[in-house]
Write a protein that binds this ligand. Sequence first.
Ligand code: FEO
Length: 393
Amino acid sequence: MKMREIIKNVYWLGAVDWDRRLFDSLIPLPDGTSYNAYLIKGKEKTALIDSVDPPMTEKLLEQLSSISQIDYIISHHSEQDHSGAIPAVLELFPSATVLTTEKGKDMLTNHLLIPEEQFKVVEDGEEISLGDKTLRFIHTPWVHWPETMVSYLVEDKILFSCDFFGSHIATTDLYVTDEGLVYEAAKRYFAEIMMPFSNIIKRNMTKIAELKIKLICPSHGPIYDKPEFILNAYEEWISDKRENLVVIPYVSMHGTTRKMVEYLVGKLAEEGITAYQFDLVGGDIGKLAINLVGAATVVLGTPTIHAGPHPLAVYATYLLNAIRPKIKFITVIGSYGWFSNTVKQVVAMVPKLKNAEILTPVYCKGYPKEEDFKALDQLVQTIVEKHKSLKLL
Ligand code: FEO
């Protein structure tokens, strides 16, 4: 795809990756992704904003083939899907200066071996002039690495936000056309990489709120020509407000844990509580992450293997602890054959969920019996009371 004009002298370039299905060897990308770079031609200087994932380097170089000079390469974020082609761009434009944060410089010298003399570190709030256009750099750490920053094109009121506000979607549309699709993709992205830093993101959002913004140009997914759409979504996702939602990731070997999960889901629904049942066997972990963003409660369902949780439940628990949703209540249900240390092990695996209260687990020997179903009824009543205490019911 050729370079595309957004407004006069400001261009989209980069690559649409229709076929990518996994990011970081971890994150499912059901809709592919894009690596957006941008070019700003000022009267005196030209700036390239970010680059592309290394396998897409040729596409970027082809788009730049008609450009005679690049004075600045702005690196908002050192992760290779945005910085990976910078060395190749520097080979074409060796006099270009890489503008980034102090931490960004450290990362780019280490990850990409870019020589120190190629850099100029930019401070929070610092501006550079391209002649008739001014770029202001705003440090926005932890969206989602410590070095991240965004740029604001003052005269045109465009925010270049890199991963911040991004969505993994492959599309030929320059702008958001399907808000529902982009909302889910951006929420998936937020859940997987931003959610652990929600409190810091609140501070970054305050900085962004001071700007008048006409367009938000992220480095993944389409451009926002109605910025309030994604700004409002982020405000919702970082808020402390919980939803009347119980997320139930589970795995079952012989149907016992599934029986308990299905019983629980039915009873929660009868009480007016939304339940999200998620089979860890083959499920899209991104869907689980999306539902965790607003959930008030998590109930993990796992049988016992070698006295502890099933390895898939271990994976889900590890992920839960890593992405740190703001859940208020958590517990475990499942079964064992002759001995189990499962509940103790699961609880020990979530030290970062320190604000979540642990509810009484329901763990039964063999197939659930009358007293086990009664215990599940009791768990449902406890969840009802807890959700009422949050004014969710
Ligand atoms: Fe899109 Fe953190 O890289």
